[in-house]
Design a protein around this ligand. Structure first.
Ligand SMILES: [Zn+2]
Length: 164
């Protein structure tokens, strides 16, 4: 690939890096093996996140299995993963739009009932899972983690490296 920002005619050099994926709205997601290209003339940097839909789905799957309550940011991530606006999500869950915003922005605590509602709403749209959400909750088998790590495979899809 060549730089699209300047006149540099040379092929850009590729390196693989670990990347704090704050772009997704979460502070604790690290992507391993992101391909990056930097133009040595103008300094422009290009990132290749591969299959983003697949990446976000993997993150959503990990969040659904979380033992602790979801945070506002995580709820926002999941809502966006479903492709819903705040207003649509309010309609879907029966909560006021303003309440959803307050929860997402950590101005209001996430209630256990809302956490469940969000999880089931998301799970309903992601039927192909290798775990049972009911089991996870009823048997307290949720996963405890603070950080999420994913690594990119050669075909561009993402694999969970760990959640610890
Ligand atoms: Zn350039």
């Amino acid at each position: 690939m060549k730089c699209s920002n300047c006149e540099n005619k040379n092929e850009l050099k590729t390196t693989k890096i670990s990347y704090k994926y704050k772009d997704c709205g979460l502070e604790n997601v690290t992507l391993i093996g992101v391909t990056t290209m930097k133009c040595n003339k103008c300094g422009e940097e290009y990132f290749n996140f591969g299959d983003i839909e697949n990446l976000h789905r993997k993150i959503a799957e990990i969040l659904l299995q979380k033992a602790d309550l979801l945070t506002g940011r995580e709820i926002k991530f999941l809502r966006k993963h479903l492709g819903y606006s705040g207003a649509m999500f309010a309609h879907l869950t029966g909560y006021a739009h303003e309440t959803i915003s307050r929860i997402e922005n950590a101005k209001q605590e996430v209630a256990e009932a809302f956490d469940r509602l969000v999880r089931f709403a998301v799970a309903n749209k992601m039927p192909d899972r290798d775990y049972d959400l009911h089991d996870l909750i009823l048997k307290n088998k949720g996963r405890h983690f603070l950080r999420i790590e994913l690594s990119q495979s050669k075909n561009g899809s993402w694999l969970e490296k760990g959640a610890a």
